[in-house]
Design a binder for this molecule. Structure first.
Ligand code: ADP
Length: 172
């Protein structure tokens, strides 16, 4: 058990070879836009089938914000998708603990699977509206505080602004 090595990559998380990739899902687990839509499109129907089965067996009312759960990765070049529910940004309420929880709970699921490399998108920074710099600081701090058997955590950033925000956060 130690702190995972943090790395940064630019691009599309669905193209990443990693043991597990994290999906910024929504609580229904039934797919959505952004990275969620990209993962279901690229991974194929097996992922949605697994999500539906999880809903039926455990999460009839949906998965709570900050929680995480794993499914097959279907056709993706990863073994598992870890679906986590990011908090919607609020300018009046501090929801940073929930964003931290997404990262620590996803890492705990990765550990339980025996994953050694895990790719994360910039959770909550798209449709959920979280300011990039703040989200990057929370994500990096959460993973630096973790003790895990995961060896590499790779942040996969879809655009230059996100890459810069995570690079700045990682250098602090
Ligand atoms: P959320 O609802 O958690 O905000 P989004 O999917 O809207 O989730 O956005 C989260 C982040 O994922 C954003 O920074 C967005 O630019 C990024 N993103 C969108 N598509 C991809 C992709 N294919 N690979 C990696 N990141 C992506």
């Amino acid at each position: 058990m130690s702190v995972p090595h943090l790395t940064l990559a630019r691009g599309d998380i669905t193209k990443q070879s990693a043991d597990a990739i994290v999906n910024a899902a929504n609580s229904s687990l039934l797919g959505g836009g952004g990275v969620d839509g990209a993962i279901h499109r690229a991974g194929g129907p097996e992922i949605l089938e697994a999500c539906r089965a999880l809903r039926a067996s455990h999460y009839g009312r949906g998965l709570a914000t900050g929680q995480a759960v794993a499914t097959t990765a279907g056709r993706l070049p990863a073994r598992w998708v870890i679906h986590t529910i990011g908090p919607v940004y609020s300018s009046t309420e501090d929801r940073s603990e929930l964003l931290t929880a997404c990262h620590t709970n996803s890492l705990a699921i990765a550990d339980s699977l025996g994953a050694k490399t895990v790719a994360f998108p910039a959770i909550s920074t798209g449709i959920f509206g979280w300011p990039l710099d703040n989200a990057a600081r929370i994500a990096v701090a959460a993973l630096r505080a973790a003790t895990t058997d995961v060896e590499e955590v790779r942040f996969v950033l879809f655009n230059e602004a996100a890459y810069q925000a995570f690079e700045d956060a990682a250098q602090q």
